[in-house]
Write a protein that binds this ligand. Structure first.
Ligand code: NAD
Length: 417
């Protein structure tokens, strides 16, 4: 099963964790299967007057613990299988950090780089129309993911609100603050990644301030993580995007790299102060921490065998294949799993949703404190399970907590009808 699909990886991770928790067979079957997935086709009038039809999905994986919650991704590799895995991971993530949500995910098969802003807006509004009967503040609350952002969330909120006849800010999170978004949401996932990176270094008896770090992906999550780790004193020696990586063994000047990317259409290529290397070289660089923050399945068995990092912090969802994860366990390279490492985003999304429900807004310090408290508590619970149950790796420990909580919710609610 070397480089199996994200869904196969997730199901295999669930089976491994099940060895350490007592879950009824029938409930485990329910946990393995999404509640529903909607496929929609989206006709969009392009700028040249032609009509193009895009395929898109919304998968609602599990709602035993609360309304569905999960991002929307625009990418050419989106598939039904991928959104199902991502929706499952959202379920385990919200359970692990103990938010009153289930898990969902959506995606549109498209290459946003080839679309104008107007075409992306039309696509977003048509997608919202396509899924509007299955979303809502108490039903399913989307958020940003790869290639979507606060601008996209504003269009979704507006389209949904037009159908309702009144403003419904709490139908999405990750909105611009001017229309009900919370301060701190854009940085939340990267902030969470930087917090757990510091935690794992402390646990291993080292210090993040002395660490060399490589980060794959320089989008929302990767760039904020780079900035915050830089602020914590770490040496960010390599960062990358889809076009390749840049490397400086003395540490990149992250502020300068961010300014360069801003002036270069969001791309890293051509950044002269650093050496250009490939994404593969970044993943196998001799660093203290490797932080994949792009897409899934980038840490394959081959990469895991050649990896020189001492610890991996999974900012992306599903960056390590199931078999590669086993190689890292054998090589005793600790991995902070995605369902904890990138949970900062959904934690602050929850805080945004709560603020919208109360029609009240908190200052950013309060949001960041709450984020840190919830994340460090979940980190400690994962470590406690890892040590007390003598589980071989942190991912399995995290899954035992998430599966147990979700199974308990199913057990308490029973089976209808
Ligand atoms: P983004 O679109 O802002 O950035 C993605 C980055 O990955 C870009 O730099 C892009 O060039 C790079 N990339 C894409 N394909 C690549 C490839 N094949 N090789 C190397 N780099 C590649 O997306 P994001 O919001 O930063 O999300 C990144 C990851 O974090 C995803 O796995 C996402 O599911 C996960 N995540 C995001 C959030 C969030 O709040 N945005 C929350 C939790 C998890």
């Amino acid at each position: 099963m070397a480089d199996s699909s994200p869904l196969d990886n997730m199901l295999a991770q669930m089976e491994r964790a099940r060895e350490y928790v007592d879950i009824d067979d029938g409930i485990f079957e329910r946990l393995k299967t999404p509640e529903r997935t909607l496929t929609v086709s989206l006709p969009v009038r392009m700028d040249d007057g032609s009509v193009e039809v895009f395929e898109a999905y919304r998968c609602q994986f599990d709602s035993a613990r609360g309304p569905f919650k999960g991002g929307i991704r625009y990418h050419p590799t989106v598939s039904k299988d991928e959104v199902s895995a991502l929706a499952g991971w959202m379920t385990w993530k919200t359970a692990l950090v103990d938010l009153p949500f289930g898990g969902a995910k959506g995606g549109i098969i498209c290459e946003p780089k080839d679309l104008s802003e107007g075409e992306i807006e039309q696509l977003t509004r048509r997608y919202t129309e396509g899924i509007r009967r299955m979303i809502g503040p108490d039903i399913d609350i989307p958020a940003p993911d790869v290639n979507t952002n606060p601008r996209t969330m504003a269009w979704i909120m507006d389209t949904y609100s037009m159908y309702q006849g009144h403003a419904v800010p709490e139908v999405v999170t990750g909105k611009p603050p001017e229309i009900g978004g919370t301060d701190g949401r854009v940085e939340a996932t990267g902030r969470g990644v930087s917090i757990v990176t510091e935690e794992i270094f402390d646990y291993l008896g080292t210090h993040v301030g002395d660490a060399d770090v490589a980060i794959q992906g320089f989008g929302n999550v990767g760039s904020v993580t780079a900035q915050l780790l830089d602020e914590r004193g770490a040496n960010v020696v390599a960062v990358s995007d889809v076009g390749g990586a840049i490397y400086d063994p003395d540490g990149l000047d992250i502020t300068d790299v961010l300014d360069y990317v801003d002036d270069n259409d969001g791309r890293l290529d051509g950044y002269e102060p650093a050496e250009e290397i490939s994404n593969d070289e970044l993943l196998t660089a001799d660093v203290d921490a490797l932080i994949p923050a792009a897409i899934e399945n980038v840490i394959t068995v081959d990469v895991a065998e050649r990896m020189q990092a001492d610890v991996v912090v999974e900012a992306a969802n599903g960056p390590t294949t199931f078999d590669a994860a086993s190689v890292l366990v054998d090589r005793e390279i600790p991995v902070v799993p995605d369902i904890l490492a990138n949970a900062g985003g959904v934690i602050v999304s929850y805080l945004e949703w709560v603020q919208n429900s109360q029609q009240y807004s908190w200052e950013v310090g309060e949001v960041n404190r709450d984020l840190e408290d919830r994340l460090t508590m979940a980190f400690d619970e994962m470590l406690a399970a890892y040590e007390e149950k003598e589980i071989p790796d942190l991912r399995t420990a995290a899954y035992t907590i998430a599966l147990e909580r979700t199974a308990n919710a199913h057990n308490l609610r029973g089976l209808f009808p």
